[in-house]
Design a protein around this ligand. Structure first.
Ligand code: HEC
Ligand code: HEC
Ligand code: HEC
Ligand code: HEC
Ligand code: HEC
Ligand code: HEC
Ligand code: HEC
Length: 410
């Protein structure tokens, strides 16, 4: 049985078919490109080239989920365990996949009654490991998803989303869209059709892992050359200047990946700040009730539907997020950003303070941006009867009665 519904479902984990042999993937792209050798062409310098002048930003960016969102597969990047007793996922009592170290790399091996059936190598990791990672393999010039993913909160191997629960499959073809949102570039060599679906072909290993500086700032080789030649110039040249971008243009940078799943018109790798997003992505025409927008991947639509966004002219993603650092779980920091607009002395401050006390100032988030279940992604992990929901912070900032009951104890 081939599952052909996913792409039309707009599911993250898209479809198609085929399984067979693994070919060798040379992990040659692990090193950042030297100046002039960026895979995207001469206009691009590569993140390493920014370090000499923007050392602080570069060093903290290395630890971000963006930078780690795709990686070559190895024991350093894969969060799951290859040790005996914790390296298996059972589909049925006699059907399992084992994660194994072999001479030519790390493999997912399918067994039926302990007889090996198929083995495919971990080539690529998708997901920084905040919540989950899924793994891909090359088969000649195509990319497929491995059956077993890793679910970080449970620290368990899990069935890859949208693969059947009780059957081992290696045949989900991965389209370019996955890389458009999770990497900085992959070289597509050809497009073919199979069973009415598009199949993307890639130049194996020609990938720039992670979401790098130039995905958000645009090609910067000229900027680098200019400032190297003019070290006394302190005003940024040959790079889109943040202050000159409209709010919509700033939002569009994040919207290339945070405004939901839809097939791009042309790969978003070439999008630059200030460009027309509509040349790359068709408009989101779904426009449902904001309460019905899935929390996964739709931060732009949800924020835009919030009273904070609608009633302020300045709010954008950077009102709360510094894109160069990792601040997650630090609710006090985010709450400070709420209070930059909702000042305690002002009449737009929270009426709950009277009842619950000043302690609410350390965490506006759990009451007004609660984590909600995604309905497009959940993961079935080993040993759980039900799929575990994927909780994502909603960006529909609002009043959620019932959230924050634990605050009564403040
Ligand atoms: C030879 C030094 C040099 C290198 C290398 C360099 N920059 Fe810059 N950059 C500057 C200077 C100088 C400024 C202006 C002062 C500032 O904002 O830090 C600047 C400013 C910027 C700005 C701010 C623009 C604004 O909104 O005002 C961005 C974005 C930027 N650089 C991106 C990059 C990226 C991406 C790279 C690597 C591909 C890079 N820079 C490499 C010197 C450099
Ligand atoms: C996820 C998108 C994203 C990535 C990746 C990213 N930036 Fe930025 N960068 C931004 C945004 C948005 C701003 C404006 C922030 C603001 O307005 O507060 C910014 C601001 C800047 C500035 C000027 C303001 C400042 O903080 O000095 C520089 C310089 C800069 N970025 C350099 C870099 C470099 C170098 C890298 C890679 C090491 C990088 N950025 C990666 C989105 C990004
Ligand atoms: C090229 C696609 C892309 C762009 C552009 C992009 N993001 Fe992301 N962003 C992602 C992906 C993919 C993840 C999930 C990364 C992971 O964990 O593997 C993510 C994660 C995040 C996270 C969670 C990080 C954490 O540590 O919890 C924040 C916050 C975020 N993005 C904000 C932004 C903002 C703000 C912008 C615009 C300035 C932006 N992103 C631009 C793709 C993108
Ligand atoms: C339109 C952009 C987009 C596409 C296409 C996309 N993703 Fe994502 N993905 C995101 C964003 C944004 C996040 C994190 C934020 C969220 O959950 O809202 C994310 C999160 C993830 C995570 C969890 C990362 C972590 O560590 O928490 C995994 C794994 C993942 N995606 C895999 C995939 C795979 C595999 C594909 C292709 C079949 C894919 N995604 C396609 C944008 C995208
Ligand atoms: C850029 C300024 C700004 C920031 C930052 C901001 N808000 Fe708002 N918020 C507003 C404005 C403006 C309104 C509209 C009501 C008003 O005029 O006071 C609003 C309205 C609200 C409302 C009422 C929602 C409703 O549906 O009635 C809540 C709750 C709220 N904000 C919470 C927050 C929280 C929590 C944060 C931080 C996560 C935050 N805001 C960050 C400007 C902001
Ligand atoms: C009013 C403040 C605020 C604004 C504006 C905002 N965010 Fe967030 N965002 C948060 C908070 C708070 C979290 C939760 C951090 C945590 O759980 O540690 C978060 C989390 C996220 C996450 C991770 C979600 C998850 O649970 O996995 C992503 C992705 C993200 N933001 C992207 C964006 C993008 C893109 C924009 C602009 C469209 C944006 N945010 C605007 C406050 C904000
Ligand atoms: C314990 C949960 C909780 C916490 C924590 C909390 N709020 Fe509220 N907030 C509420 C509820 C519930 C309401 C609805 C009004 C009511 O029921 O009194 C509200 C209302 C609001 C409003 C709308 C006010 C109006 O007049 O319409 C704003 C703005 C707001 N909160 C901001 C914040 C900010 C900023 C923080 C952090 C400093 C915060 N809240 C912390 C629960 C909370």
């Amino acid at each position: 049985m081939k599952n052909r519904t996913m792409r039309s479902n707009r599911g993250v984990w898209m479809v198609t078919a085929i399984a067979a042999l693994v070919t060798v993937f040379v992990q040659c792209m692990q090193q950042p490109a030297a100046a002039g050798t960026d895979l995207r062409g001469a206009g691009y310098a590569g993140a390493e080239a920014c370090r000499s002048c923007h050392a602080n930003i570069y060093d903290s960016y290395l630890h971000t989920a963006h930078n780690r969102s795709t990686a070559p597969a190895n024991e350093g990047t894969i969060k799951g365990s290859f040790e005996r007793d914790s390296n298996e996922y059972y589909y049925q009592p006699h059907v399992k996949v084992a994660m194994e170290r072999r001479d030519s790399g790390l493999y997912q091996v399918a067994y039926l009654n302990n007889q090996e059936q198929q083995a495919f190598r971990f080539d690529l990791v998708v997901g920084s490991g905040r919540k989950a990672q899924t793994f891909l393999y090359y088969q000649d010039d195509k990319v497929f998803q491995l059956p077993v993913s890793y679910f970080v909160p449970m620290q368990r191997w899990a069935n890859s989303p949208n693969y059947p629960a009780k059957q081992v499959r290696f045949d989900r073809n991965i389209p370019i869209g996955c890389f458009e949102c999770h990497s900085s570039y992959i070289r597509r060599t050809n497009v073919s059709a199979q069973d009415g679906f598009r199949v993307d072909h890639f130049d194996q290993g020609k990938i720039i892992y992670g979401i790098d500086c130039e995905r958000c700032h645009g090609p910067a080789a000229q900027h680098v050359q200019f400032h190297q030649a003019n070290p006394t110039e302190k005003t940024a040249q040959h790079i889109p200047v943040q202050a000159s971008l409209t709010r919509q243009q700033k939002m569009d940078v994040c919207a290339t990946c945070h405004s939901g799943l839809r097939e791009s018109i042309k790969p978003t790798f070439r999008f630059t700040p200030g460009a027309q997003l509509s040349e790359f992505l068709p408009p989101d025409t779904t426009k449902p009730d904001p309460n019905a927008i899935d929390v996964h991947g739709n931060q732009v639509q949800l924020l835009q539907a919030s009273a904070c966004f609608e009633n302020s002219i300045t709010m954008d993603c950077s009102s709360c997020h510094n894109p160069h650092t990792t601040e997650r779980t630090n609710m006090a920091v985010f709450s400070q950003r709420c209070m930059s607009c909702h000042q305690q002395s002002g009449n737009a401050f929270c009426p709950k303070e009277k009842e619950l006390g000043a302690g609410i100032r350390a965490n506006c988030i759990d009451c007004h941006m609660p984590a909600k279940e995604s309905h497009v992604i959940s993961l079935q992990s080993q040993g759980s009867m039900q799929p575990t929901p994927n909780l994502v912070r909603t960006h529909l900032i609002g009043i959620y009665p019932g959230e924050g009951n634990r605050f009564k104890k403040l």
